[in-house]
Design a protein around this ligand. Structure first.
Ligand SMILES: [Zn+2]
Length: 104
C-alpha cells in the first residue's frame, strides 16, 4: 500500500520546485515515483507523427521520487508524513502523523 496516491495534494521538499504544491497525476508504486502536476517540468522535442498531434517543444512533468514529496493533509492542511492504522473492520487506512486523523 503506497503512502502517496493519485489525486493526493503534495508539497515538494527538494530541488528547483521546492515548496511547490500540486496534485499527484500518476503514482508509480513499483518505482516509488510520482508525477505531480506542474512539478519537475521538462522540455521534450516532439517530431510530428500520427501519434503526436502537437509537434515542436512541449513541456511535461517528469516523475520524482516519493521521498521528495510530503502529503498535504486534508484535515489540518499541513505537509505531513503518512502512517497507517487498521480500522475495526480490518481496513488499513492512512493517517496523518501531525493531527492523527484518518486521511482516506
Ligand atoms: Zn493532518
Amino acid at each position: 500500500m503506497s503512502k502517496i496516491r493519485k489525486n493526493d495534494e503534495v508539497m515538494v521538499l527538494v530541488g528547483r520546485d521546492q515548496g511547490k504544491k500540486g496534485k499527484v497525476l500518476t503514482s508509480i508504486p513499483d518505482r516509488n515515483r510520482v508525477l505531480v502536476e506542474g512539478v519537475n517540468m521538462i522540455k521534450r522535442h516532439m517530431k510530428p507523427s500520427r501519434a503526436v498531434r502537437q509537434a515542436g517543444i512541449i513541456e511535461r512533468e517528469a516523475s520524482i521520487h516519493v521521498s521528495d514529496v510530503k502529503l498535504i493533509c486534508k484535515k489540518c492542511s499541513k505537509p505531513t508524513r503518512v502512517g497507517f492504522r487498521f480500522l475495526e473492520d480490518g481496513r488499513k487506512v492512512r493517517v496523518c502523523k501531525k493531527c492523527h486523523e484518518v486521511i482516506d
